[in-house]
Design a binder for this molecule. Structure first.
Ligand SMILES: Nc1ncnc2c1ncn2[C@@H]1O[C@H](COP(=O)(O)OP(=O)(O)O)[C@@H](O)[C@H]1O
Ligand SMILES: [Mg+2]
Length: 252
């Protein structure tokens, strides 16, 4: 289990996260929502130590990281191995085939034998619906297919948590659906995931828990059923705005 206590992160004189306290349960999907610039990515990136909060405690199972103290490279490596990050723009290696993209980390970092890494990679590509694309190159795939390769690549490292930052925001709606289906299937298998998304229908379908972040603060931390009952005026306004975006996109 991951939990955070009194986390604070500033960029210059801008406070991006203020006194964040929350828990990300193992085998559950936590969805982070909120307006643009509210601190969602900073929160997610702090869990992977891509951002370094100035203060707060980060508990990862029995390990406790105090951000007010220097972090050892061993701690950073350890946290990075336990948290697989999937980015909005996939970041695949363009010169490697799809299967080699998925095998690379396990061979280089986990010292797996190439045959074993290849078998795992093929199984994972099958799981994300891309068994037939193993020998293709990233440039030959659609954005949605590339993002599914990126998810398989993250799973191949066997992280305890998968972190996804707006995994479908670069995709057309029909390509988005394929990625969301893969993530829903992973959630049903009780993988531990933390997902930033603007897709409210997906959030409702996939989340065990929702965090609503605004101005660097958590304004809601609870179940999707409570969240979608619009417990505050601010959440009602946010959901109305998000729904309007969806409707107006569809009208185009
Ligand atoms: N590297 C950075 N340097 C300076 N300001 C940053 C940096 N990263 C994020 N910010 C600022 O921190 C705030 C939160 O950003 P971010 O976490 O990216 O928001 P979100 O993901 O919710 O859109 C924003 O005001 C953003 O401009
Ligand atoms: Mg962001």
């Amino acid at each position: 289990m991951i939990s955070l206590e009194h986390l604070n992160k500033t960029f210059g004189n801008h406070q991006a996260l203020t006194d964040i306290n929350t828990t990300f349960n193992a085998h559950e999907t936590t969805v982070i929502v909120g307006p643009s610039g509210s601190g969602k990515s900073t929160l997610l990136r702090s869990l992977n130590l891509l951002e370094r909060p100035e203060s707060g405690i980060y508990h990862f199972n029995d390990d406790n990281i105090d951000f007010a103290k220097p972090l050892s490279s061993k701690t950073i490596l350890n946290v990075r191995r336990k948290t697989g990050m999937v980015f909005q723009d996939y970041n695949l290696f363009p010169h490697l085939s799809v299967v080699k993209n998925v095998m690379e980390g396990p061979i280089q970092v986990l010292n797996q034998k190439p045959d074993a890494a290849k078998q795992t990679a093929l199984d994972l590509l099958d799981k994300v619906g891309l068994a037939d694309k193993a020998d293709a190159y990233p440039g030959q795939l659609s954005g949605g297919q590339q993002q599914r390769v990126a998810i398989a690549r993250s799973l191949a490292m066997n992280p305890e948590y998968i972190l996804l930052d707006e995994p479908t925001s670069a995709l057309d709606p029909e390509l988005e659906a394929g990625v969301l289906r893969v993530l829903l299937a992973l959630a049903k298998e009780d993988d531990s995931m933390i997902i930033v998304t603007h897709n409210m229908e997906f959030a409702r379908a996939v989340a065990d828990k929702i965090l609503f972040v605004e101005d660097g603060k958590i304004l809601f931390d609870g179940t999707p059923s409570e969240f979608f009952k619009q417990p505050t005026q601010r959440i009602a306004d946010f959901l109305a705005a998000m729904t309007f975006t969806t409707i107006s996109d569809k009208a185009k």
